[in-house]
Design a protein around this ligand. Sequence first.
Ligand code: ZN
Ligand code: FE
Length: 257
Amino acid sequence: MSDRLEVFMFPCLSDNYGYLIHDPIQNLTASIDTPDVHAIEEALNQNNWELDYIINTHHHYDHAGGNLELKKKTNCKVIGPMQDKDRIPGIDQTIEHAEEFMFGSFVVKGFHTPGHTTGHMVYHFESQNVAFVGDTIFVMGCGRLFEGTPQQMLESLDLIMSWPDETLLYCAHEYTQTNAEFAITVDGKNKDLLNRKAEVEDMRKDLIPTVPTTLNLEKKTNPFLRSDDQEIRLELGMLKSTRTEVFAEIRNRKDQF
Ligand code: ZN
Ligand code: FE
């Protein structure tokens, strides 16, 4: 028996990924967010796991919409960000920024990453080199700024960038192909980006998930992590602008893409 955290990933809704995580030592299971009750129940059955926890990243319906039904059916406990406690249905335990808690045998650290929503939280299993990042960062993209400011989102992404390069990032959506198409409009000379774009196009032809990604790959190809990059700045005509200004411009262009 392995003593690693097990991650079971499944596509659901139109472009979401659901995640069950499992501690084989204590036989505990959590669902990261609750995009689709039926898909989560199927995933539980398939693995012969029972739901003990829901761990929420943010309040949006495709992330917390299944909380109450699953809680009612399984009596699981709902864990979520302190900052979103009034908007996460059925929340039992709140996590503050940089707070550590245990999922079975594993230490998890929650980080408040405002931007997409004001209460968004990401969960880092440092010993496993794994993080669940919700709608904060995507493959070659980042979450839309529904509630937060560019400054906040940039700080949230900077926090994620401080983790080890090999960290596996489990994002909540498969937006990769559109993200890549946008990315080349601001970073079209980036060889790593061009190669990766071709790679993900091949993968998506066979409906292979492009998630998880690694932080290392994102640093090389995700324009939202590259507001320092001279080529991007040149392309945008923003050589002297601040990182926040460059980030805001890239986000703005993506919104209109
Ligand atoms: Zn969302
Ligand atoms: Fe979402």
